[in-house]
Design a protein around this ligand. Sequence first.
Ligand code: PBG
Length: 324
Amino acid sequence: MYPLNRNRRLRSKESLRNLIRESTIHPHDFIAPLFLVEGKNVKEEISSMPDYYRYSLDNIVKEVKQLWELGVQAVLLFAKIPENLKDNAGTEALNIDGLMQRGVKEIKNTIPEITVMTDVALDPYSNYGHDGIVENNEIINDKTNEILSKMALSHAVAGADVIAPSDMMDGRVLSIRKILEKNGFHNTAIMSYAAKYASSFYGPFREALDSKPGFGDKKTYQMDFCNRFDAVSEAKLDINEGADIIMVKPGISYLDILRDLKNTIDSPIAIYQVSGEYSMLKAAGKQGWLDQDKVMMEQLISMKRAGASMIASYFAKDAIKLIS
Ligand code: PBG
């Protein structure tokens, strides 16, 4: 009771504030998402994501070396697939010599100690821009799982450390876990996008990969953003199917979900600060309306505070430069 208790006392100087700080952020907390594209010496800016690029494999290796030197120890790979290689069955996704599979090998050859995570979903490979196989305007669950598990296996064969299914089909974690075990990849982990919401924050990403759904939306597989309990249910199912890490996505608007999961499950939780969050802040920063660096750190720390063990973020490099 006042004046015995004055909360301002411990805020009175920087060194005291540092002592009582609860949440901090470290370079090792980050996962850097990276976009791969075919070609040589390509580094092309994504128009909807200022200062963020697609790289050809020769350049991605340089970028990953830089990230590693800064202290980023994990990357999450996405591949931009040429239009002529897209089909309904995602055939190119299984190509052991595909862009993604070559990307994994190149990166692991350059820095064997790094953790390479790969996105598993059909949308970049689908002529419909959907995460699964389409029949009569429906996304077919179980047939898609067969392909996703083969896709995951091809990533593991290439050397991926963590398979990250982002498709939201039911039962895909179990299909992937089974095929990995059967083929001896006992230590290949699964980071499941368990609580992935049908969000308009993914807009810039879909431009980056040219993967916009050709019809409809993703509401029959991604979650309704009006719901909380569905997230807990999804996370529990995926853990029972063998997921090692659970992801919440998007980030800043879903911190309540992150905290719900933190209070309910024991698995490590990742959060994805998605493309739309990145682009909004970049835009406001470039206009001078917000201090980009300060708002970025505030958002990233809020994700740690809410319970994230790791953060996938397009700001990984910017943030680490600030921290160190
Ligand atoms: C594809 C996938 C998406 C993202 C990650 N994996 C887009 C989507 O589901 O439409 C979004 C990432 C971002 O916006 O940064 N399955």
